[in-house]
Design a protein around this ligand. Structure first.
Ligand SMILES: Nc1nc2c(c(=O)[nH]1)N[C@H]1C(S)=C(S)[C@@H](COP(=O)(O)O)O[C@H]1N2
Ligand SMILES: [Mo]
Length: 313
């Protein structure tokens, strides 16, 4: 169960403060001693989950490659809201992540709008190391912190009519200059089937490298679907809707001949403009790409009977 700390511990922009001060475990333990009543009352306080980093690492999904150094993974990103360059880390600091409302709606029994901190506070956080493969053929190995998407599905309690989960990123072209590109179909949208969302691999990340997510990686919450191309892993989510219609993603709207709904990693199915047989790690090695990015054992079953679909683009 997540621990909760007094408000004085919760700075609105905790990730912008020196780690040594706000993520020091001994300080956190001291705070627990100082606030036993609050902790046992389970009071939900903003920033409490942030103060408790790092979370315990689970090892259900083995990774055969070393973790990508944090400096590389946090300085080579795709976040088109802040420009088409890979070097958007500085520009993304314009993202205002507190307060941050998340709406869960559509075909659900419990539509709700709540602050990201409050949503995160309802979940048991854990750390998972996943491979990550962008459709452009670069790849990384990232230690994410977060919770299974399935936990959010359970919270929302979709009706039996819900077949898909649609995710939406913020829309604010004053804050994010990339959204002033009028030919791009903002806001960024992504989607999965409810069955995919219930698969244990599907993860909502709230952090990376033992800290709350840096803005350029999609703070305060983003999706992580390690068996699919990276564009499916939508960042900075503000809305999660359950629907009976297949969502049309940002990339699909832009270029449906190149980016489809399923986008499962497959080295044998080339992108229309390049091979997907291998990938380049952020540390510069060329390695073979694996079917479902190496996660077939856990996800292949989601696609039985769907062979007629374009599962790999
Ligand atoms: N909102 C939003 N989400 C996004 C993107 C984006 O431009 N905007 N880019 C996607 C792409 S193409 C990739 S490869 C990953 C990159 O995630 P990373 O920068 O954390 O490695 O984010 C995905 N999610
Ligand atoms: Mo990507």
């Amino acid at each position: 169960m997540p621990l909760h700390f007094p408000r004085s511990w919760a700075l609105p922009e905790a990730s912008a403060t020196p780690e040594s001060v706000f993520f020091n475990r001994r300080s956190v333990l001291k705070a627990m001693g100082a606030a036993p009543l609050l902790a046992s009352a389970g009071a939900l306080l903003p920033g409490a989950a942030a103060a408790a980093y790092p979370y315990p690492r689970t090892s259900t999904y083995p990774v055969d490659r070393p973790e990508t150094p944090e400096k590389l993974a946090t300085n080579y990103n795709n976040f088109y809201e802040f420009g088409t360059s890979k070097y958007v880390a500085d520009a993304a600091q314009a993202l205002k992540t507190s307060p941050w409302k998340v709406t869960i709606d559509g075909l659900v029994e419990k539509p709700l709008t709540l602050d990201a901190d409050e949503l995160i506070g309802k979940m048991a956080l854990e750390e998972r190391v996943y491979r990550f493969r962008c459709v452009e053929a670069w790849s990384a190995v990232i230690p994410w912190t977060g919770f299974p998407l399935a936990a959010l599905v359970k919270l929302a309690a979709p009706t039996s009519a819900a077949k898909y989960v649609r995710f939406e990123t913020f829309l604010d072209s004053a804050m994010a200059f990339g959204q002033r590109q009028f030919w791009q179909p903002w806001p960024y949208i992504e989607g999965v089937t409810v069955a995919e969302a219930m698969n244990d691999l599907a993860f909502i990340a709230t952090g990376a490298y033992g800290k709350p997510l840096p803005k350029q990686m999609g703070a305060p919450i983003r999706l992580v679907l390690p068996w699919k191309y990276g564009f499916k892993s939508i960042k900075s989510i503000t809305k999660i809707s359950f629907t009976d219609k297949r969502p049309v993603s940002f990339w699909e709207k832009l270029q449906d001949s190149e980016y489809g709904f399923w986008a499962n990693v497959n080295p044998q199915v080339p992108h229309p403009r390049w091979s997907q047989a291998s990938e380049r790690t952020l540390t510069g090695e060329r390695v073979a790409t694996q079917l479902f990015n190496g996660y077939g054992e856990w996800v292949a079953g989601l696609y039985t009977g769907l062979q007629g679909e374009k599962l790999y683009m």
